[in-house]
Design a protein around this ligand. Structure first.
Ligand code: HEM
Length: 322
């Protein structure tokens, strides 16, 4: 049977479309690397463990890295790409600039994995697994994780500036922001519990400690000691997001909110006579409920796909495309 050139053209177009759309849309699977890279868990666990032992805050850095990756066109390791002449790195987008860390640990893991099983494990999967082990390392819950994410071929700095949530958002804005990622209000409130570890710069919480009433006055006074009122003074001075147990992944973050001791404006809006008050109270009084919901939401977040048709690969170096 003879086919017309039009038919051939159409068939080629459809095949190309299928290939492109499967690249980053591949089905994720929990045992993907069992045969192709049996050393995966050991390598990642070891490096994360050592990095957190050296600096407790590294757990927070690795968790945030995965979050900021997944919110910008899905979990495709767009965040680890460096600047090139044709591409602006997401590292320089305002929510990330001087604020997102942990890339050396990811480099280290990638290097060891490339030696053990070259070309097999994507950077996006490394980010997802490192976040899980980092949280476990500081006492947090585990969650089910599947593999098979592909590394995207483009960073998107302007999208990162647009979609990453802002600390001055209202609770409604936060709910809407997470809804755009198919995460509901419960997911948002549970995921915000990630702020039970790590630190923030004075720049991000200054408005809250000088200009709000929904704050414990002793807490405000303590924070003001190292975060001066004037813009430009001590902007980079750090304070723990949870000052009671900063190195422990627990439900203290929510207890702080009940006591009006949330650090960021976006933390305290979760408990401020609003829609999330009941959930915050539940998490503050029941750590298992928090751990359960956090784990559920992390699995959902780590499954956010790059948009349909995004092309993908397994990068050799997480900082650049192959
Ligand atoms: C609800 C919306 C959120 C907003 C507005 C927000 C905002 C922020 C801000 C402003 C900082 C401090 C950055 C700096 O000073 O450089 C921060 C730190 C952090 N965030 Fe969030 N965040 C949100 C949700 C999340 C989620 C969902 C997670 C993870 C599940 C997370 C994990 C972290 C961690 C671990 C840190 C500390 C990082 C470190 O110590 O280096 N955040 N966040």
């Amino acid at each position: 049977m003879a086919f017309s050139p039009l038919f051939h053209g159409l068939a080629f177009f459809l095949a190309a479309l299928l290939l492109a759309s499967t690249a980053a849309d591949a089905q994720l699977c929990p045992n993907l690397y069992k045969k192709s890279c049996p050393q995966l868990e050991h390598i990642v666990r070891d490096i994360v463990k050592n990095a957190v032992a050296e600096e407790t805050r590294m757990a927070a850095k690795l968790l945030r890295l995965h979050f900021h990756d997944c919110f910008v066109n899905g979990c495709g390791a767009s965040i680890t790409l460096d600047n090139t002449t044709t591409m602006d790195s997401e590292k320089d987008a305002p929510p990330n600039l001087n604020s997102i860390f942990g890339f050396e640990v990811i480099d280290d893991i990638k290097k060891q994995l490339e030696a053990a099983c070259p070309g097999v494990v994507s950077c996006a999967d490394i980010l997802a697994l490192s976040a899980l082990y980092a949280v476990e390392e500081v006492g947090g819950p585990s969650w089910s994780l599947s593999f098979g994410r592909k590394d995207v071929l483009m960073a998107n700095k302007s999208l990162a500036s647009e979609v990453l949530p802002n600390q001055n958002s209202s609770v409604l804005e936060l709910i809407e922001n997470f809804a755009r990622q198919n995460l509901n209000a419960r997911d948002m409130t549970a995921l915000s519990g990630g702020h039970t570890i790590g630190a923030a710069r004075c720049l991000t919480f200054r408005p809250r400690i000088y200009n709000t009433t929904s704050i414990d006055s002793c807490f405000a006074a303590t924070r003001q000691e190292t975060c001066p009122r004037n813009f430009g003074d001590g902007d980079n001075n750090l304070a723990p997001l949870d000052d009671k147990t900063p190195g422990l992944f627990d439900n203290q973050y929510y207890k702080n909110l009940l006591a009006q001791r949330g650090l960021l404006p976006s933390d305290q809006v979760l408990f401020d006579n609003g829609s999330q008050d009941a959930l915050v109270t539940l998490y503050a009084t029941n750590q298992s409920a928090f751990f359960h919901d956090f784990a559920t939401a992390m699995t959902k977040m780590s499954n956010i796909h790059p948009s349909r048709g995004t092309k993908g690969e397994i990068r050799t170096n997480c900082r650049r495309i192959n």
